[in-house]
Design a protein. Structure first.
Length: 365
C-alpha cells in the first residue's frame, strides 16, 4: 500500500511538471532538466520503499501472556508444552511468557498473577480458570483494556461473553464415554449391571468437573438403570483426603460397591494406591481422568481399568495459535470443544500413545 502511494505521488509530480512545461513553452533544455528532477524523485521513492520493507522485516513479535493454573499437575504441564511449542515454532512473531500458580487451588495467587499481567499490557492473553465466576471479572478487565483473552481448558461463558475464544475438553462427552466404558467392561467380564457407584470430584463448583460427572451418571443410568449412585464426595485436590474417602467407601459398602469414578487427575494416584493396597481392583472398577506416571502404571498393572484423557497438548497449542490469529486480524471460532479418548492397559506401548500421554517427548526445547 505504501509503495502504491509513493509512486502515485511521483506520477503526480511528473504530470505537474509536464503540464507546466507545455503551458510555458519551455525549450528542450527545460524538458531535460524536468526529466532529471523526476528521475531523482523516482530514486528517492525507491529508497523510501526499501526503508519501508526493511522496517516491516523488523516487526517486533507479539507479546502473549500464557497463564496456566499451575505446573504442579501433569495436565497443566502438558498444556504448557502445547502452547509454548506453537510459540517456539514462530519465534519471529510470538514472544510468549509463562505464568503459573503453585497449585490448582491457589485462587488468590492466580488472581494476583492476572492483575500483574494486566498491568504489563500484553498484546493478548491465554488464560486458565481457577473459579469461573471470579475469573469472569478478570476477563472483563482484559477486554476493557483491549487485550483479547483466550480461555484455556475452562469456560466463563455463563458469566461473560467478553472472551475472544475458548478451547475446552468435551467434558460431558468424556463423562458419557466413561459411563459407556464401565457398562461394556462389566458386560465383557460377566459382572452384573447393578450395585453402587461412587463419584469422587476434585473440587466443588467447577462446571467442567460437574459436566464430567453428569455425563458419566446419565450414560450409566441410560444403559443400566438398576445402578445406584451414592452421594458425590469432594477431595478438594488433596491426595490424603482422597485416600481417606476411598478407604471409607470401600469399608462402608464392601461388595455392593461396583465402581469408583474420579473426575480429575490430581488425586487419582491416591485412589490407585488404596486399590493396590487393599487388592480390590478385580471387584471394584476404578475409572479416572488425566494422565500421570501413576495412572499409566495403574493401567499397566490392571488396577485402573479405564483412563479418560483430554488432549492438553492440543488445547495449549490451539489456544496460542488462536491468540496469534486474533492479533493478526483473522477470524477465530469462539467456542471450541476438544475431543476426549478412553485408554486401557491394551493401549499402552505404541509411540503415538507415548507422545499423547507424555507430550514432553515432542517438546521443543
Amino acid at each position: 500500500m505504501k509503495k502504491v502511494m509513493i509512486f502515485t505521488i511521483v506520477l503526480t509530480l511528473v504530470m505537474m511538471l509536464t503540464a507546466g512545461i507545455s503551458m510555458t513553452g519551455c525549450k528542450t533544455a527545460a524538458v531535460e532538466e524536468a526529466v532529471e528532477e523526476v528521475e531523482e524523485a523516482v530514486e528517492e521513492a525507491e529508497e523510501a520503499v526499501e526503508e519501508v520493507e526493511e522496517a516491516v522485516e523488523e516487526v517486533v513479535p507479539y507479546e502473549i501472556a500464557f497463564v496456566v493454573k499451575s505446573q504442579a499437575q501433569p495436565f497443566w504441564h502438558h498444556i504448557r508444552i502445547g502452547g509454548m511449542n506453537f510459540a517456539k515454532e514462530h519465534p519471529d512473531k510470538i514472544n510468549a511468557t509463562l505464568y503459573a500458580a503453585k497449585d490448582d487451588a491457589a485462587v488468590e495467587e492466580g488472581l494476583a498473577i492476572l492483575e500483574d499481567v494486566l498491568i504489563l499490557e500484553p498484546d493478548a492473553i491465554a488464560m486458565a480458570l481457577i473459579n469461573p465466576e471470579t475469573m469472569a471479572t478478570m476477563v472483563d478487565k482484559f477486554a476493557e483494556a483491549g487485550i483479547p483473552a483466550v480461555m484455556v481448558g475452562d469456560s466463563v461463558k455463563d458469566y461473560t461473553d467478553a472472551y475472544s475464544a475458548e478451547f475446552l475438553s468435551y467434558d460431558y462427552g468424556g463423562g458419557e464415554m466413561a459411563g459407556e466404558f464401565l457398562i461394556n467392561y462389566l458386560i465383557e467380564n460377566d459382572k452384573p449391571l447393578e450395585g453402587k457407584i461412587a463419584i469422587h470430584s476434585a473440587l466443588a463448583g467447577l462446571v467442567s468437573l460437574q459436566n464430567r460427572c453428569n455425563g458419566f451418571m446419565d450414560k450409566v443410568l441410560e444403559l443400566a438403570p438398576d445402578m445406584e449412585f451414592i452421594d458425590w464426595v469432594y477431595s478438594d485436590v488433596d491426595p490424603m483426603k482422597e485416600v481417606t474417602l476411598t478407604q471409607d467407601q470401600i469399608s462402608a459398602y464392601g461388595d455392593e460397591l461396583t465402581c469408583v469414578y474420579l473426575d480429575a487427575g490430581p488425586t487419582l494416584p491416591a485412589a490407585i494406591q488404596v486399590f493396590s493396597e487393599q487388592g480390590v481392583a478385580d471387584e471394584i472398577t476404578l475409572i479416572g481422568w488425566d494422565s500421570s506416571p501413576e495412572a499409566i502404571a495403574g493401567l499397566e498393572d490392571g488396577i485402573l481399568k479405564g483412563l479418560i484423557l483430554q488432549d492438553p497438548f492440543g488445547i495449549g497449542y490451539n489456544c496460542m495459535e488462536a491468540a496469534f490469529m486474533i492479533l493478526e486480524g483473522e477470524t477465530v471460532k469462539k467456542d471450541n470443544l476438544m475431543p476426549t479418548v478412553v485408554f486401557t492397559g491394551d493401549d499402552i506401548g505404541t509411540q503415538e500413545a507415548a507422545e499423547f500421554l507424555d507430550p514432553s517427548l515432542i517438546e521443543i526445547k
